[in-house]
Design a protein around this ligand. Structure first.
Ligand code: FES
Length: 206
């Protein structure tokens, strides 16, 4: 009898433990389900940030540029061979620059004419702009300012004095049919200018 009684009765403490355990298991299960639904959603979320669109445009501009007309030396008649005598210089101008033309009597560097002895040079000393004068005794151009000398038979090389460069020589052309002698340009920069052509005092030509 007591055995049945024992069999039918349940210890209240034991029942509480059983119920508590079941609730705990249910709670854990629910937690897993809830948690399983909540956390993965957060982890799977992808954040897409929209970047401002970059637009590339090609702009074509048209500009009008004025190109200067090319300047050149002019061909200018400066003497006639038949009017020249050895050792007697003639002074004239070429494009407004003062020059000396002379027959040196010997074949000279840059010389024209039947004997290659007609040469022409700038009259302006390249030291400080003094007036160069031809000396027939030495065939040199002499500057009275500081006594520098340039050899007219050797392309105007400085032979004494201050200059550190040649005297600018006129490039000549000889017409054997007429005897005319033409200036075509200078072979180096003249004293006091940065551009022989652009700064020429005169652009007249024959
Ligand atoms: S200016 Fe001619 S030597 Fe000085």
């Amino acid at each position: 009898m007591s055995k049945d009684k024992d069999k039918g009765s349940v210890d209240p403490n034991r029942r509480a433990v059983v119920i508590g355990g079941a609730a705990a298991v249910a709670g854990v299960a629910a937690g897993i389900v809830i948690g399983g639904n909540a956390f993965p959603r957060l982890l799977k979320e992808t954040v897409i940030e929209k970047q401002p669109e970059v637009v590339t445009k090609t702009v074509t501009q048209t500009q009008t540029v004025q190109v200067p007309v090319q300047q050149t030396y002019q061909k200018q008649m400066v003497a006639n061979y038949n009017s020249l005598t050895v050792g007697s210089p003639v002074t004239t101008t070429y494009m407004g620059y003062p020059i000396t033309i002379v027959r040196t009597g010997v074949k000279s560097v840059g010389g024209v004419g039947p004997n290659g002895d007609v040469v022409a040079f700038s009259n302006v000393c390249v030291h400080m702009g003094g007036p160069v004068q031809y000396d027939p005794k030495t065939n040199c151009g002499v500057c009275p300012y500081h006594y520098s000398q340039y050899d007219f038979t050797r392309g105007g090389i400085q032979v004494i004095g201050h200059p550190n460069q040649f005297l600018p020589q006129v490039i000549l052309e000889y017409d054997s049919t007429t005897g005319n002698i033409y200036a075509l340009g200078f072979n180096r920069l003249l004293y006091g200018v940065y551009d022989n052509i652009a700064q020429a005092p005169s652009s007249s030509s024959s």
